[in-house]
Design a protein around this ligand. Structure first.
Ligand code: ADP
Length: 661
């Protein structure tokens, strides 16, 4: 073997090896990704020259082999790609690789300690992070090319000699540094290949076994993929997770190249939605687990992959955030997601409705955060309603949903399977209820605790929307800003005139006191409860069966409740107890209240001291109030205790009376 050349690598910094080693300390492992990427490139370049007719020899089965030699302390990566001539080694390794590494270091320093996304751009040079010596043994595809051997021990000096290599391609052999021996463990290498190179389109072999998956389905055309392909890929990426709700396949090559598949997962309450779970790739090579800078914030709960060579990866994360291309890519992704949602709404309405519970929060969050997204999806936001809506024609949606800006609300009737809850858009709701309560929207936030109120509205034909997601309080404020003339009223905030029987107001007047029944009842409650901040209102609730209506209800005016919710939110507290200033609406039409009035009237006649019936009436007042509070979650521990005690006392008295009757 004759030494062909010895030389000094042309770099300006005296010795940048220690710098690179220090600055990239935590990420040494990426050397393998860089070397395997080069090997894949070399294989693809060979295909290209062959296709171009510049090479007529055998291409063979492309493959990359990783060989570990524990005794020699070496790790070798071989490919059967294009190879290099001596000239090319000088040019691409001595000049290009090292000058690009130097450039990288400059950028890295400029980033001032900020993490550089992906650490891309380091290339071949990164092998010096783990190796004390790097050798290249290569034979070019070019006719008459001679194999060469290059070696460098981490100083800027290299050695280029002949090689006895016979097969076309390149082997890069690293003699590992003492503290980098972990890369001699097959399990560590397998893990790294799985992480970074799993989807590279060339088989990567270790000990004869192929250790990467190769198939990157996001690079395939959507029409060639089945539902099962998408699901299978999701399961591969996120094993042991619920099936995704739907997915969006991104593929565009103009004005930037982006491929990817984004899945809507079933959101779990314990998921940290500020941490992205989308994997970022660059030409099928894994770059990062975190796409926070590329993905609009509201899309972070999505999962899947984004692959784009147009995302600059050797810049700091903060630079990435303001990068124009990155912003455009983010807009593109948002648009695609919006379009997919619309498509689903129009063509698979039943399915859309069935996943809305999971999807809705996400969509609303997007609407609150992104104006363009809002314009895209505002007419496909649906709400569960108490109205029983008839099934539309789900297969032939009449609606032409425009995707351009400036959309008006679309009048679309959601379809419905019999027995399943009905859903409506806000626009439909307003239309449907125009004559009964124009621009007023009744909603509830808790189906269970507000059941009494919901029933009451329902029975009188008033439609109630369920706004029970944690995002809904914000969303309601947003809707009111968007639709200035529309007011949202929670079912327990106010009683609609429609629910009141105004005729019954003309009530009997007590000849002795000259007071109406209502006034008497009001006084009775005021005295019994003795709560100056509590407003007592008497009304007759309309109903064919008064027993089915509540005898009393606690109301909290909408503005007051919102203030209270806000405070709780700012102070990060659990919802405080019901404020003392609230309304107790006593339903004078209810038989219980009428009986109560009679007992109390009797007790007045008896007069002097507290008669047993006056005491009973007082107890019942408390009891009615407590029951109403219960429906509002307004009980504290003390309240609960006295409620139970009184219940027992009341029942004892009632049974005594029955026994004596
Ligand atoms: P990059 O891959 O970004 O161009 P590198 O520093 O990794 O930068 O490599 C520099 C050059 O060396 C490559 O562009 C390529 O021409 C050449 N090279 C590196 N590895 C191989 C290989 N395995 N086979 C053929 N050429 C290679």
């Amino acid at each position: 073997m004759t030494v062909q050349e010895k030389g000094t690598i042309t770099i300006h910094t005296e010795n940048i090896f220690p710098i690179i080693k220090k600055s990239l300390y935590s990420d040494h492992e990426i050397f393998l990704r860089e070397l395997i990427s080069n090997a894949v490139d070399a294989i693809q370049k060979l295909k290209m020259v062959s296709l171009a007719g510049e090479y007529s020899g055998e291409i063979g089965e492309p493959e990359i082999k990783i060989t570990i030699d524990k005794e020699k302390n070496t790790l070798a990566i071989s490919d059967n790609g294009i190879g290099m001539t001596a000239e090319e080694v000088k040019k691409y390794i001595n000049q290009v690789a090292f000058s690009s590494a130097e450039e990288f270091i400059q950028k890295y320093k400029a980033a001032d300690g900020q993490q550089i996304i992906g650490h891309f751009g380091l290339g071949f040079y990164s092998s010096f992070m783990v190796a004390s010596k790097v050798e290249i043994d290569t034979l070019s595809y070019k006719e008459g090319a001679e194999a060469v051997h290059w070696s460098c021990d981490g100083s800027p000096e290299f050695e280029l000699t002949d090689s006895s290599r016979k097969e076309r391609g390149t082997t890069v052999t690293l003699t590992l540094q003492e503290e980098e021996k972990e890369y001699l463990e097959p399990s560590r290498i397998k893990q790294l290949v799985k992480t970074y190179c799993d989807f590279l389109p060339v088989p990567i072999k270790l000990d004869g076994e192929v250790i990467n998956r190769q198939k990157a389905i996001w690079r395939q055309s959507p029409s060639s993929l089945t539902k099962e392909d998408y699901l299978e890929f999701y399961r591969y990426l996120y094993p042991f997770q619920d099936e995704p709700l739907l997915w969006v396949h991104l593929n565009t090559d103009y004005p930037f190249l982006v491929n990817g598949i984004l899945y809507f997962p079933k959101l779990r309450p314990d998921v940290d939605v500020t941490k992205g779970q989308i994997k970022l790739f660059c030409n099928q090579v894994f770059v990062s687990e975190h796409c926070e800078e590329i993905i609009p914030k509201f899309l972070l709960p999505m999962r899947g992959v984004i692959d784009s060579p147009d995302i600059p990866l050797n810049v700091s994360r903060s630079a990435l955030q303001v990068d124009r291309t990155v912003r455009k890519i983010a807009d593109f992704i948002t648009k695609k997601v919006g379009a997919r949602l619309k498509e689903l709404y129009c063509s698979e309405r039943d399915y859309y409705i069935s996943i809305w519970k999971d999807l809705g929060t996400f969509v609303k969050f997007g609407v609150l955060n992104d104006d363009k997204f809002k314009k895209q999806v505002e007419d496909i936001i649906i709400y569960r309603t108490t109205a029983e809506l008839n099934s539309a024609k789900p297969d032939t949606p009449e609606v032409q949903v425009q995707t351009e800006e400036g959309d008006a609300w679309q009048d679309v009737t959601p379809s419905k399977k019999s027995g399943s809850p009905s859903y409506t858009t806000l626009q439909e709701y307003l239309e449907r209820n125009k004559t009964r309560h124009e621009n007023r929207v009744y909603y509830c936030t808790d189906e269970v605790t507000q059941a009494t109120y919901i029933e009451l509205h329902k029975n009188q034909g008033l439609e109630v929307l369920f706004m029970d997601s944690f995002i809904d309080p914000h969303f309601i404020s947003f809707l009111e800003r968007e639709h200035k003339d529309v007011k949202f009223l929670r079912v327990d905030s106010e009683i609609d005139e429609k629910l009141l029987d105004k005729n019954k107001e003309a009530e009997i007047i007590d000849p002795k006191t000259n007071k109406t029944r209502s006034e008497q009842i009001k006084e009775l409650f005021q005295k019994a409860l003795n709560k100056p901040k509590l407003t007592i209102r008497t009304e007759a609730l309309k109903s064919d069966a008064p027993l089915g209506t509540p005898p009393a209800m606690v109301l909290l005016p909408e503005f007051m409740r919102r203030l209270r919710d806000m405070n709780a939110l700012f102070q990060q507290q659990e919802l405080a107890q019901l404020p003392e200033e609230h309304i107790l609406l006593v339903n004078t039409a209810h038989p219980l209240i009428q009986n109560l009035a009679n007992i109390s009237a009797g007790s007045i006649i008896q007069s002097g001291g507290k008669s047993p019936s006056a005491e009973l009436a007082e107890m019942i007042c408390h009891h009615i109030y407590d029951l109403a509070l219960m429906a509002q979650k307004g009980f504290d521990a003390e309240g609960m205790k006295s409620f139970v005690e009184r219940s027992n006392k009341l029942l004892t008295q009632l049974t005594e009376r029955a026994a004596n009757a």
